[in-house]
Design a protein around this ligand. Structure first.
Ligand SMILES: [Zn+2]
Length: 506
């Protein structure tokens, strides 16, 4: 992760952004020829075996079919989507390649490589208007492996599994050794403020296991991770240790973004694995005088430039009206971000590939946006909305997939009554894909800035029982993703985007 490498890779991206697609026309023509012969082969296969499918696969007949006999043709459409998606499992194949590039921490060389890889993938798939848009991003480096030990005259010395939080300052070079104050809420910290001076504050509030919605349980404790260090510093503490926000009981600490508040000393913030948190809590009961030794050399660097990756299927009659599908391309650095959010990125690309390869050409534009820097402040979403390219565009609906590549259960959306009635009428189609249906509410960090422009926000809502087992930890790897579950999410996004692009209520 040295500086020269970063600049080198960013340089490539800058070069690419300046290149109009036309400049690689020769390359594209060759690709198009290749794709054309591929398509011809595909059509021949269909002629032999599936004459009926071939009729439906032609763009003209497809659109006509939808208009003349909506119910039957939509059901046929679902069958086509399902057959193609589940046979080919392209989303997983793409995720495998993406995760092979390594963890995609914002502003890392691997994140830059992922930008270029996804841009090239979109071009290879024949998507249109494939380009990069600049995003200003913060830069933070974990540095070397953190060290953390419990040191007790009664219990001995024991290692604790920790990970520095994104944005945290490092410890002094000699590390920090201090007594520990365990608390379970900010309120409790306030009450025990007098005891905190010179100590490490240990926030040990577990995620509520009784809540079915693990995102709700996560929301209740994630604030200790994001705000704990400043709260501890305000009462004179020297560092903050936070129990990992996960329902799993294991030795894997979960990282994530933390923020320093103004006019408060900046002290290190780290997360402990759940087992280490339980161990420390137990040890404190038998030896309240024990000390914890901490060492990290993470640091913040100056901001730099990265990119959102964009590609689309341009609408035939209303090209400036856009249905956006998105995920975020950056990840944390402890693993390859397979679920968070490689899954959402490959689903968005696969959704467009399915529409295109079934020969469908929607009236309105369907766009995939792979946002950069969701994890480190959400600047990808903000810069997307501010970009001059947006001036001529109207985003009707934006759907984000950023809840893992698990089996999709719902699509959540903040719909107008007319749109709500329309999508509810499509529910049986989505039930054929294994979803329960539509629910109210939904959105995502990256698409949230579009809300101010009147865009309807939506989110893919998969089963959330296992997401926080892997979220922001070393366990978020490709082998934790099921290809079929991932593909089902892409299928639902694809079908919804296509139907909306065709039948948006005026
Ligand atoms: Zn995410």
């Amino acid at each position: 992760m040295n500086q020269s490498k970063i600049n080198h890779t960013s340089g490539i991206n800058k070069f690419m952004i300046g290149q109009d697609i036309k400049q690689t026309a020769g390359q594209l023509r060759r690709k198009n020829l290749h794709q054309l012969s591929g398509r011809l082969l595909f059509c021949l296969t269909l002629t032999l075996g599936l004459a009926a499918s071939l009729l439906a696969a032609s763009p003209l007949t497809q659109n006509k079919a939808i208009q003349s006999s909506p119910v039957n043709s939509r059901e046929k459409l679902v069958q086509q989507f399902m057959a193609k998606g589940l046979r080919e499992n392209y989303a997983f194949a793409l995720l495998k390649k993406l995760t092979a590039l390594g963890p995609r921490l914002t502003a890392s060389p691997q994140a830059a490589a992922a930008v270029e890889f996804m841009r090239q993938t979109m071009i290879d798939l024949g998507l249109e208007n494939v380009h990069l848009e600049e995003v200003e991003v913060n830069r933070w480096r974990r540095g070397d492996q953190e060290k953390c030990f419990l040191v007790s005259s009664a219990l001995g010395t024991h290692p604790l599994a920790v990970t520095a939080l994104g944005g945290s300052v490092g410890t002094p070079p000699q590390g920090i050794s201090a007594k520990v104050l365990e608390v379970h809420s900010f309120e409790e910290l306030k009450n025990k403020a007098a005891e905190a001076r010179g100590k490490i504050v240990f926030f040990n509030q577990p995620m509520d296991p009784t809540l079915l919605d693990t995102f709700r349980a996560y929301g209740q404790v994630a604030r200790f991770r994001s705000l704990g260090a400043s709260a501890a510093a305000r009462v004179g503490a020297v560092a903050a240790l936070v129990r990992s926000p996960t329902t799993a009981n294991d030795d894997f600490p979960h990282t994530g973004m933390m923020r320093y508040q103004e006019n408060v000393p900046r002290i290190p913030g780290l997360c402990l694995s759940t087992r280490s948190a339980d161990f420390l809590s137990q040890a404190l009961k038998s030896d309240p005088q024990l000390r914890v030794y901490l060492w990290t050399n993470c640091r913040n660097l100056s901001p730099t430039t990265s990119y959102n990756v964009i590609g689309q299927i341009t609408g035939t009659t209303k090209p400036n009206e856009i249905i956006l599908l998105g995920g975020h391309l950056d990840s944390w650095d402890l693993a390859q971000g397979a679920h968070d959010d490689g899954a959402g990125c490959v689903q968005a690309v696969e959704a467009l590939r399915l529409i295109k390869s079934l020969g469908l050409r929607p009236k309105r534009t369907i766009r995939a946006v792979l946002f950069m820097n969701e994890e480190f402040g959400g600047s990808g979403g903000r810069d997307y909305v501010r970009h001059p390219n947006r001036r001529q565009e109207k985003h009707l609906l934006a759907l984000e997939s950023d809840r893992g590549g698990f089996r999709p259960l719902y699509i959540g959306l903040r719909a107008t009554p007319a749109l709500w009635d329309l999508v509810k009428s499509w529910e049986p189609l989505f039930q054929k894909m294994g979803l329960i249906g539509f629910q109210k509410g939904g959105g995502g960090v990256d698409i949230a800035p579009l809300n101010a422009q009147g865009t309807i926000l939506a989110g893919l809502i998969p089963d959330c029982q296992r997401y926080f087992d892997v979220h922001h930890s070393a366990l978020d790897t490709i082998d934790s993703v099921n290809p079929r579950e991932l593909e089902l999410g892409a299928l639902a996004m694809s079908l919804l985007a296509y139907l909306l692009a065709e039948e948006w209520p005026e």
